[in-house]
Design a protein around this ligand. Structure first.
Ligand code: ATP
Ligand code: MG
Length: 267
């Protein structure tokens, strides 16, 4: 059974088919006949959240889409083309991924200069983005611990990924290390950027409330072997602020997801 609309007239922006991932000469099978199709919504963008227990293969799936890993077998396509690592896909990793030998400003500007934008323009835009992610005043510090805290370093990585306006932004538990206030403001920032740029975002999180707040579609994965077991469209207005978390609609979707996730635990 498939949860995906597989209409040949609709373009899938991301398409994973018949994916197998095994290690140790086939003794350990992580993914078997795994499928994930994300339909393109050009005027809106897609915000997909991927939930699932630890070890079920969420980061692996993101690495395929980013072109950082090839599956043992199966096809991975972005915009109908086989992934070759050259697609406009950016990834924010589970671990901090700022470059410690560059300053905060240089780290963020790199997201633009790598795309061929002239340095002065890149610096001006980067200053604005740094302010947006709440790091004004830290521009000239090296992006390393303990000069910046863990959460601040993650914000540098997020700013660098967002500024280049990628077609697909892959985010692997990006807000896990942030305090509740910064986390809420980063969630709102991400929603603003999503609405402005129509980026397709695939967001991995362990936080059900975060998934419901941000996403348009939630997919739940189980493991051994891993499969998408449920697609939940989030039927909440696109314009959201934190007050929606207290609404009955929000709480209903939250509970539905939590029940499904608990049902995937080994008995
Ligand atoms: N090189 C490897 N050799 C053997 N097993 C591997 C290798 N790389 C990944 N795995 C296994 O693949 C599975 C999926 O890993 P992955 O990191 O994708 O999980 P995840 O869903 O992102 O987990 P988490 O929520 O903890 O981040 C894990 O069981 C992991 O041990
Ligand atoms: Mg992971």
């Amino acid at each position: 059974m498939s949860f995906f609309i597989d209409d040949p007239l609709l373009q899938n922006i991301v398409e994973l088919r018949n994916i197998t991932q095994s290690y140790d000469d086939g003794k350990s099978v992580i993914l078997d006949n795994f499928e994930l199709l994300i339909e393109d919504k050009p005027d809106q963008g897609q915000f997909v959240a991927l939930l699932g227990m630890s070890g079920c293969g969420k980061s692996t799936v993101l690495r395929y889409i980013a072109g950082l890993q090839k599956p043992t077998s199966g096809t991975v396509k972005v915009k109908n083309e086989l992934v070759d690592g050259k697609n406009r896909v950016n990834m924010v990793f589970q671990q901090y991924s700022s470059l410690p030998w560059y300053t905060v400003l240089e780290n963020v500007a790199l997201g633009l200069t790598l795309r061929g934008i002239e340095k002065k323009q890149a610096i001006d835009k980067s200053r604005k983005m740094i302010e947006w992610v709440g790091l004004k005043g830290h521009e000239n510090k090296y992006a390393q611990y303990p000069l910046l805290s863990g959460g601040q370093l993650q914000r540098v990585a997020i700013a660098r990924s967002l500024i280049s306006n990628p077609e697909i932004l892959l985010m692997d538990e990006p807000f896990g290390a942030l305090d509740i206030e910064t986390r809420q403001s980063m969630q709102d920032l991400l929603l603003e950027i999503w609405k402005e740029y129509h980026t397709t975002i695939i967001f991995v999180t362990h936080d059900v409330s975060e998934a419901v707040y941000l996403a348009d579609d939630v997919y739940i994965m189980k493991k051994s072997p891993s499969k998408i077991i449920k697609h939940i469209p989030v039927s909440l207005p696109l314009d959201r602020d934190y007050r929606i978390k207290k609404s009955n609609d929000f709480i209903g979707i939250y509970r539905e997801i939590e029940d499904i996730m608990l049902s995937t635990l080994p008995q």
